[in-house]
Design a protein around this ligand. Sequence first.
Ligand SMILES: Cc1ncc(COP(=O)(O)O)c(C=O)c1O
Length: 320
Amino acid sequence: MSNPGDIVYLEGQFMERDRARVPITTHAFNYGTGCFEGIRAYWNADKEQLYAIRLREHVQRLLRSARILHLEPDSALDAPRIEAVILELLARNGYRQDAYVRPILYKSGSSIKITMTGIATGFCVYTEPFGDYLDIHKGLSVMISAWRRIDDNAVPARAKPTGAYINAALASDEARARGFDEAILLTGDGHVAEASSSNLFLVQDGVLITPQASDDVLVGITRDCVLEIARRQGAQVVERRVDRSELLAADEVFLSGTGVQVAPITSVDGRRVGDGIMGPMTSRIQQEYLRLVRGETDALAEWRTSVPQAVPTQQATIGK
Ligand SMILES: Cc1ncc(COP(=O)(O)O)c(C=O)c1O
């Protein structure tokens, strides 16, 4: 029996991870010409059920990224088919623990030419066991990065292009090298955008504020979950332009993302946020988010797609 994550999907076939290889001439390897998603699946031990979170929205964003980037998958590879591949892959890997799913659409043809058109598009998915990526209770110390967030007029900020993550990597490496947990990136004109791979929220006088979508943020799916949870909890929520100094004056600051989940920030550029511990609104939202994604409540069932326990035999070889 293989370990969870050992089976992957590449170019229409489920196969052993070790066999999944692409040639060095692949366009996406040379130029970063792909787009991807990061999706979590949570295991509920009481119900013996794995849930893929907001699967539909992630697949929709993957296909939107593809459209922006001229990635043109085979017409049979539509949203329902991609969702089915992801669910089957999770089922084949037999997860009884939390998992992370990484689907990628990429320029699979071989060409030296710098272009986004006329090159074949490939599709692959792999998964990994995945717990808390950051300590979500301790409180993060962040710095405002010297690197600016990619400008939507340079690299589409509302897509998830593989090559664009050089921006995130440079900023987060800089932060860690200086002893911080994470980096906050500003827009080219100096407003708050987001962290290296998560969205940012602040609380001021009881109002929940997050940078507006047009400030070069990736419009996060967890961001949407947070906004929905906060509204349901009766909070006033505002999406608007956020100034740098607002972060230094906020009562609470936190991050949201598939990876970080909902993670409090307790210091920004060496200044304590609020009381220096997770604030009450962050805590309420974090608790509700974790209950929802693990299926510990029946609310918002549309966010959770149950992963089948066994692979139906007729699905054993899903095509491209
Ligand atoms: C740059 C960036 N911002 C924000 C997010 C958070 O998005 P989501 O909540 O959809 O995971 C991510 C993660 O995908 C990201 O890579």
